[in-house]
Design a protein. Sequence first.
Length: 219
Amino acid sequence: MKKTIGLVALLLATSTAHAKIVTTEDTAAQQPAAVKAKPTPVNAQSASVNVHTKQKVKGFYLGAGVGNTTFDSLDFDAPNFKEDGGSYKFIAGYQFSRVFSLEGQYTQYGDIKNDNNGYSWSPSAISIAANLGYTFRNGLRPFSVIGLSSIDLGESVSHPNDEVGVGVRYGFGLEYAPAAFRGLSARLGYEVDLFVIDNYIRSDTYTLSAFYASVAYKF
């Protein structure tokens, strides 16, 4: 009887140990497959998100904007000169990095009229300037511009002096181009053309400026 009981106990112990080994091996065999299968959809989803939210930094861009027109003289008061009409801008440039881009503009200013004698200008400027700033990852880019401009005064009365002169273009602004817009950007800026007119007796310095808003697309 004792031998029978001992034999049964031995068989039960052996069966239990074998069951534990099988269960452990099955679990170990199944676990790596589950772990390996898990990251696959996550990685695919992450890659998809990165493709659709990649920020455009470098590239050629075109834009247009509208603003006001302000005229001033740095050498004398000009109360009789009045601005009539807004400014229109056409912008083309290439951004080389987060810091630097080279930008050309055509600006058509509003008319500048003298109420005393009816004399007026219809000035325009073609400029080339360095655009210096920094493009943050959230799409904001504070910037400043400095360069040269060719100014056509568009005088209403023929004048012996040159109607076209070279000026200095400078200004600053803030641009916003989030990655979700895929190359589309909006800008608020203030830019000035400073130039000199030689009146034989003396030279007078003037400024034409504009606060403006513009939109652009980077290819």
